[in-house]
Design a protein around this ligand. Structure first.
Ligand SMILES: [Zn+2]
Length: 273
């Protein structure tokens, strides 16, 4: 028995010329499998009696969008502090909220973010954060979407960043702990929820860790055939730090140490050249 039959839509098939399209198209779905794609006129007889029939006349029918980098856990403070200089935004308008989150608040934000995204057609999410396990378990898994998740690894601790114009102070013990926790997260969650949850490594950003740890994380990822998801050139503070430490830009620095290749997802990238 066909579960879902969508008919009379403008299909974007991702096959053939360009993105591929079928006018007056139909899609039949059984369980979690698309069993037929074609002209409505050709599929109606066989699938028209499906349990759920949707008339998509005047609508486009296409694969779900992929949001390759998102922070759904911050949805509740979305838009906060948009009127301050970028260099102050994170530490002065976002970070102060951290201690005031109640248990479960970030999950509520994450659920809201996923719900809004799904309503706009996004079905796959790439998210990194301090501890993605609760969101994997309570939000991404049960909601039915796909998610590529990673716990961020950095060497930032209390007092690490007293002045953006001086080199940050790194705590190697924090880096070791986060790397260990990240591997535990990967071991537990890779392939969970019928394979809809997958994992990566996430060296947080070039300015938030030593070169040694940055390369170690990449090596760990490559050894396992996995990707790394990293913030690159995400703002003024990072630019200052990389200039102080290496006298160049983030992208040039990462390229010079052999970090950039097709196993890296670089996020934000709004201060690249
Ligand atoms: Zn980000």
């Amino acid at each position: 028995m066909t579960d879902i039959y969508v008919k009379n839509g403008f299909l974007l098939t991702m096959q053939g010329e360009g993105v591929g399209s079928i006018q007056d198209g139909a899609v039949a779905i059984e369980g979690n499998t698309i069993v037929a794609v074609g002209k409505t006129a050709d599929l109606d007889n066989e699938y028209g009696g499906a349990e759920h029939v949707f008339d998509a006349k005047g609508k486009a029918v296409l694969p779900g969008f992929v949001d390759a980098h998102v922070h759904t856990s911050n949805t509740l403070i979305r838009g906060e502090g948009q009127d301050v200089p970028e260099i102050e935004w994170m530490l002065k308008t976002q970070a102060p909220f951290g201690p005031h989150y109640r248990p479960g608040d970030r999950l509520l934000g994450s659920a809201l973010g996923v719900l809004e995204a799904v309503k706009c057609g996004t079905t796959c999410f790439g998210e990194i954060g301090g501890n993605m396990a609760p969101a994997a378990e309570k939000v991404f898994g049960p909601s039915g979407v796909r998610a590529h998740l990673a716990n961020t690894i950095n060497e930032i601790g209390p007092g690490s960043r007293p002045d953006p114009h001086k080199p940050y102070i790194f705590f190697s013990d924090i880096g070791e702990r986060k790397l260990k926790e990240s591997i535990e997260f990967i071991d537990k969650w890779e392939g969970a929820f019928d394979g809809r949850i997958t994992t990566m490594f996430s060296p947080h950003a070039a300015d938030m860790m030593s070169e040694e740890l940055l390369l170690r994380v990449k090596a760990e990822a490559n050894e396992r055939g996995m990707m790394s998801h990293i913030h690159i050139a995400q703002g003024g503070r990072e630019a200052i730090q990389i200039k102080l430490r290496f006298n160049t830009s983030t992208v040039k620095y990462l390229d010079s140490i052999g970090f950039l290749d097709n196993t890296i997802i670089g996020a934000h990238c709004h201060q690249t050249s």
